[in-house]
Ligand binder design. Structure first.
Ligand SMILES: O=C(CO)[C@@H](O)[C@H](O)COP(=O)(O)O
Ligand SMILES: [Fe+2]
Length: 227
């Protein structure tokens, strides 16, 4: 199998939320071989979002399965209480929601002290200006393109203008910060997202739910954005 070009400016992060969890290791190894750039782990607590998924123990078991970075998307009411546990389990980056962190600056400092990359996620209805003060400190912004909580939802096109606004903010104050998008990302939405300024693409159902399998799904998505 020919891997994707590792130097591609476009990064793809398969979300294991849509994987066949009865053979998770195999499913992660498959997307690694197909050229995925990182693995996206959706953590939900049934409080911040109406669904429950994974805890640090899953990250611990996943860590030796792949050489890819593990990014942990924390959709939980009390992210500060779990940062150490996810870092210790092997997370490479920790993403908290701007809507869920009361003392966001402190939370980001905490992540940095743990030696992990720090990201902030922003929901579709939250204005981009909420990122303004924290943006200089960030490694990554995760713009939600669905309401968080479930895989397999439809991309919300109303988020495109905000993504373009975040791209302008990043370019002016922190050009090294990555702009990642999450939710309903497939070969139809991805070209529109790239035009708006996104460079990292989380994809669950378009990869793991692809009828012809995760490798074909990933290839199709990468092909749609020239990555
Ligand atoms: O954070 C979330 C959902 O809350 C995502 O990471 C989903 O896992 C993306 O799944 P698809 O929309 O690509 O199926
Ligand atoms: Fe996510």
């Amino acid at each position: 199998m020919i891997p994707r070009n590792a130097d591609s400016a476009i990064k793809i992060a398969p979300s294991i939320l849509s994987a066949d969890l009865s053979r998770l290791a195999e499913q992660v190894k498959e997307v690694e071989a197909a050229g995925a750039d990182r693995i996206h782990v959706d953590v939900m607590d049934g409080c911040f979002v109406p669904n429950i998924t994974f805890g640090p123990v899953l990250v611990k078991w996943l860590r030796p399965v792949t050489r890819l970075p593990l990014e942990v998307h924390l959709m939980i009411a009390k992210p500060d209480d779990f940062l150490d546990a996810f870092a210790e389990a092997g997370a490479d980056s920790l993403i908290v929601h701007v809507e869920g962190a009361t003392h966001l600056n402190r939370t980001i400092q905490h992540i940095q002290k743990l030696g992990r990359k720090a990201g902030v996620a922003i929901n579709p209805a939250t204005p981009a200006v909420m990122l303004e003060e924290i943006l200089p400190e960030l490694d990554l912004v995760l713009a939600m393109t669905v309401n968080p909580g479930f895989g397999g939802q439809s991309f919300l096109p109303g988020t495109l203008a905000k993504i373009a606004a975040i791209r302008r903010m990043i370019d002016s104050v922190n050009p090294d910060c990555e702009l990642e998008v999450d939710g309903g990302v497939d070969q139809d939405s991805a070209p529109r997202l790239i035009a708006a300024g996104a460079r990292v693409f989380v994809a669950g159902s378009s990869i793991y739910g692809a009828p012809d399998g995760p490798t074909a799904g990933l290839r199709r998505l990468a092909g749609s954005v020239g990555g």
